[in-house]
Design a protein around this ligand. Structure first.
Ligand code: AOF
Ligand code: ZN
Length: 426
């Protein structure tokens, strides 16, 4: 088995060497069995949804003769990587030796010392003979080096098996590790005519219970949630992740705290706002500017972390904020409105994905707030183009996710997820 690479083009900054081409070679033939084991590794990886940040989700399965010797996944940053978990699992199952075995891993094994030692060394020490890798690690410190080290040591390496699935799973990490700013999802719950509130400002609740539960699950997958101060003043949200006893909730609690970020240039967040109430596993950051009144800033600083945006415009600089959040390890940011804040992220090109819920209702009202405000596009040609749309029914509501400026042509590859019979939520 020689090393073969297929899969979507990596971002040019994600690869450190010119010779690392992803241009589709002739499609390698992976067997149904290979695919089954890699799917199992992906399923394992997903168990840590919401708890690995700023690390990616990774799963691994070790097999010999079609039988599983050990399997595992990366649980949280600082904890062992997936490959190590799988090796340890094999030992626990009474398989002290995995020499000559095959490893299926959803991400290229790492080759540097981070919070944990390099996996490549452990894989070589264990005498693994073949490694199937779903996706190359876009981390510039790895980015193919781990694969080279394995190949050079005589391990057979095949890359690209279920690569799109693995890359989609770690979409936020893949962006952050290269750009060092968060991957941004803009979320809104609207009527079919795009309103997020009535003309008198009433907004709770537009969508039904199932859609709200689904939107709560989104919070469990991100590192930070952001709203504008007007949303705090109008809706007084907690911005917390409330999961009950779900597995995702437990995973979330093992991970880094969920940051609640309020864009509040003049420090108008009321002292009794719910977002300032302490909540286990949550942290609140109020982002003001230099022109915010000192007394109000001081009062907020007693209850939350206060950041002051540089610049004299009186507006928070989003580019500064994105860099700062990225440095703080926020890989995925969920923007939850209101319409003006959504517009600044979308129209200034700072959002990467939308997650939109539509209730089968019409509110009307020229002054009723919309999911996206701002000045809007002047020409149709300036419309924000969405790719990879997925449509799901959630209870009585419609849930649409799509990527912004995705390479894929708009709508052509859209999926009606429900019609494929995959919708458990509806
Ligand atoms: C793997 N297997 O399960 C994961 C990998 O600080 P560390 O030691 O945890 O290293 C973090 C980096 O390792 C992370 O940025 C990513 O490039 C890679 N993640 N690699 O071989 C795993 N989670
Ligand atoms: Zn590793």
């Amino acid at each position: 088995m020689e090393e073969v690479r297929i899969g979507p083009k990596a971002s040019p900054r994600a690869t450190h060497r010119k010779d690392r081409s992803f241009a589709s070679a002739s499609s390698p033939r992976f067997s149904a069995r290979d695919e089954r084991f890699m799917r199992r590794a992906l399923t394992l990886a997903r168990r840590a949804l919401g708890s690995t940040s700023p690390n990616p989700m990774v799963g691994a399965v070790i097999t010999r003769g079609g039988r599983v010797l050990g399997e595992g996944y990366h649980h949280a940053a600082g904890r062992p990587h997936a490959e190590i978990e799988a090796l340890r699992d094999a030992a626990r199952r009474g398989r002290p030796s995995v020499a000559g075995a095959t490893l299926y891993v959803t991400l290229e094994p790492c080759c540097t010392q981070g919070l944990t030692p390099p996996c490549v060394d452990a894989v070589l020490r264990a005498g693994i003979a073949k490694v199937f890798v779903a996706a190359v690690d876009p981390n510039p410190s790895h980015s193919g080096r781990g694969l080279d080290q394995l190949s050079r040591a005589g391990v057979k390496v095949a890359v690209g098996l279920l690569a799109p699935e693995s890359m989609r799973l770690n979409e936020a990490f893949n962006h952050w590790i290269v750009e060092r700013t968060p991957f941004v999802t803009v979320k809104a719950a609207m009527t079919l005519d795009g309103k997020i509130a009535t003309a008198t400002g009433e907004s709770q609740w537009i969508t039904g219970e199932k859609a709200r539960a689904s939107s709560m699950r989104l919070r469990g997958e991100v590192d930070a949630i952001l709203v504008g101060v007007n949303t705090v003043l109008l809706d007084n949200p907690r911005l917390s992740f409330r999961s009950g006893s779900s597995r995702r909730g437990a995973a979330r609690r093992r991970g880094a705290p969920l940051r609640r970020v309020v864009l509040d240039s003049s420090a108008r967040t009321p002292a009794d706002a719910r977002v300032l109430e302490p909540a286990a596993g949550h942290e609140t950051i109020i982002v003001t500017t230099r022109s915010a009144p000192a007394a109000r800033v001081k009062r907020l600083a007693a209850r939350a972390t206060v950041w002051r945006s540089p610049g004299r415009s009186g507006r928070v600089s989003l580019s500064w904020l994105m860099n700062k959040l990225g440095r703080e390890g926020v890989t995925h940011l969920l923007v939850e409105g209101g319409g003006e804040v959504n517009a600044s992220f979308l129209l200034e090109g700072r959002a990467h994905r939308v997650a939109l819920f539509y209730a089968p209702k019409i509110l009307g009202g020229a002054t009723a707030k919309r999911g996206v405000g701002g000045k809007g596009a002047r020409d149709l040609g300036d419309a924000i183009r969405l790719g990879d749309p997925e449509w799901r029914r959630v209870g009585k509501d419609l849930f649409v996710t799509a990527r912004i400026n995705a390479d894929s042509p708009e709508c052509e590859n859209g999926r009606d997820v429900r019609s494929e019979g995959q919708d458990a939520a509806g």
